[in-house]
Design a protein around this ligand. Structure first.
Ligand SMILES: Cc1cc2nc3c(=O)[nH]c(=O)nc-3n(C[C@H](O)[C@H](O)[C@H](O)COP(=O)(O)O)c2cc1C
Length: 197
């Protein structure tokens, strides 16, 4: 399988960075792994008027074309990012705006809009500053999974397989953070075993 990891955090000493490295190391033992580190790449997240006009003519920017090829090749895509103002960091939002474009990720068909990325699984990882209350578990987190996951990747006919939330990361101990990572790696072990059978 090909496992694409899209990573959006500016700091190498973040929990998100440690998580990406751990997922990559484990996944590499079984899969072809590609990491797209949006900050390291200096990805331009702004969808401009010019680009929208070019898109209508079927002309793609070189960087978008490259990212779409990675998505096309992927069986599983993991997104790793911190929660910033209840959503994606702008660089990841802009990556989605530009890369998940009309004609590639979705298009209008006889029955309305149809997602084009069928068959790909999505695993989401969101670190948070806040803690998670019981009410958050029942209401807020499912809303995040809906708006950040189903409304975006589900819309493109991908399957949102799991959405991990990592609470109070700024005050969590190293032991707690390692516990989150171990739990996540266990999830991938089971996922990759079930995908192989
Ligand atoms: C611009 C900005 C906005 C943030 N917004 C939220 C938020 O809406 N909810 C939340 O729980 N934490 C919020 N945080 C805290 C981050 O989610 C937290 O710093 C991060 O998840 C820590 O993980 P890391 O070590 O991977 O950076 C915000 C942080 C920044 C810098």
């Amino acid at each position: 399988m090909t496992h694409l990891i899209v990573y959006a955090h500016p700091s190498s000493d973040s929990f998100s960075n440690k998580l990406v490295n751990s997922i990559k190391s484990y996944s590499e033992t079984l899969n072809k792994v590609v990491v797209r580190d949006l900050y390291a790449m200096g990805f331009n997240p702004v969808l401009t008027k010019k680009e929208l006009e070019e898109l209508k003519k079927g002309v793609l920017s070189e960087d978008v074309d490259r990212e779409q090829a990675y998505i096309e090749e992927a069986d599983i895509i993991s997104f790793v990012y911190p929660l910033w103002w209840a959503s994606f960091p702008a660089i990841l939002k802009g990556y989605i705006d530009r890369v998940f474009s009309y004609g590639f990720a979705y298009r209008a068909g006889v029955d309305g809009i149809q997602g084009q990325l069928t068959g790909r699984g999505v695993v989401m990882h969101t670190s948070m500053g806040n803690g998670i209350t019981k009410d958050d578990e029942e209401n807020l987190l499912p809303n995040f999974t809906d708006t950040q996951g189903h409304q975006v990747f589900g819309f493109c006919d991908m399957e949102v397989m799991q959405h991990f939330f990592y609470p109070q990361i700024m005050t969590a101990t190293e032991e707690e953070k390692q516990g989150y990572i171990d739990n996540t790696i266990e999830y991938y072990k089971e996922l990759f075993i079930s995908e192989r059978n």
